[in-house]
Design a protein around this ligand. Sequence first.
Ligand SMILES: Nc1ncnc2c1ncn2[C@@H]1O[C@H](COP(=O)(O)OP(=O)(O)O)[C@@H](O)[C@H]1O
Ligand SMILES: [Mg+2]
Length: 448
Amino acid sequence: MRLSRFYLPVLKETPSDAQIVSHQLMLRAGMVRQQGAGIYAWLPLGFRVLKKIEQIVREEQNRAGAVEMLMPTIQPANLWRESGRYEAYGKEMLRIKDRADRDMLFGPTNEEMITEIFRAGVRSYKDLPKMLYHIQWKFRDEIRPRFGVMRGREFLMKDTYSFDVDEATARQSYNKMFVAYLRTFARMGLKSIPMRADTGPIGGDLSHEFIVLAETGESAVFCDKGLIDMDCPKKDIDFDGDLQPIIDQFTSLYAATDEIHDAAEFEKTVAANDRLAARGIEVGHIFFFGDKYSAPMKALVAGPEGRDVPVQMGSYGVGVSRLVGALIEAYHDDDGCKWPMAVAPFHAGVINLKPGDNAADKACQEIYDGLAAAGVEVLYDETRARAGEKFARMDLIGLPYQVIVGPRGLEKGEVEFKRRADGLRETMAVGKVVETIANAVKAELRYS
Ligand SMILES: Nc1ncnc2c1ncn2[C@@H]1O[C@H](COP(=O)(O)OP(=O)(O)O)[C@@H](O)[C@H]1O
Ligand SMILES: [Mg+2]
């Protein structure tokens, strides 16, 4: 991508209304633009990150056996009257009337709709288990939208729903999502800690929040430090095998969000040196809630004994748009973002210090073409901006690798190579830089 064709409206000043660094950097790097309280337009750079995150979430859902679909954003109120949640949900629900004066709403979540879809198509336990998901925009009229995309009103969520004949098999579905979530966040470079959580308006009795530790996080959390060093399950994990030992391992140590934190238990079960009281960002949340929706909405299946039983359900959310902010909180410095390769908007940037100079133009084009041929996503800055401005902009948007090309270096056949993560700089032969970056990108994207 040529920068002159791209749309990258970077800001020089830090917007005064942005309180946390991820929000500041998303505005400064031209990733999003606010359109209303808690409502954001995703500009091209931010959109690329959002899509990368979405794709990782999708791949790990598919691997765990969930099947993708797409439900609408607008829902009829009647569905929610069946479950009793139309009144119960309160002011967070954005209520709309259509031209025939029918009550509609902008979906804050999809339990009711998926239950309706399930009951229309499944009659017998023999068709179970099933896991269905979609990645769709939600709207919640939050009292206090803040921190940019971290707590928006409109936000992108992946929500999965599981259907099982009994509680024992439902727990297996829960375990699959538990493992899929550990892997999903690890692939993005995030250490997530599953913590026992309150079930909130969704109800039920088994729930974990996946928390990324960050000083700016909205959740107060308490856990055993041992959880930080636990290894994420590897790519060869068999989702149809017994996952219970992994869940037992991760739930063997104390970890709870403040809603259900028990200080006495914490002090009794965790040695003083191992206690961590910190703040975190909730990037995912999984619930098992049994027949909370299937019973009132009559989503019944014929069980093995021939009797109809309400299907046992769980729901599993990932905050896809929130993750963009969470990733910046985890990966930045004073100069800007420092994207992990898996979610970087582009893998590398090429800076031409003297566009119009024959040698510089030719070398940049060769590097650009060579990287593209090797599957590397490149943003090529061939604009006429000052060198200092180009360097600052490239650091701000945080692409993992940079190649800086100028006539002076080219006289010696050299360019500068820079790694954003640690600031490493090296002078390199023009002929070597493509291979170096292509290999590094490939290594960092290796599926593990
Ligand atoms: N207002 C919001 N803005 C951005 N992401 C959100 C918002 N609310 C929820 N999410 C994300 O969606 C995931 C699933 O939501 P859920 O647990 O149902 O919401 P909540 O925890 O707010 O009740 C959360 O773990 C979080 O990552
Ligand atoms: Mg939650």
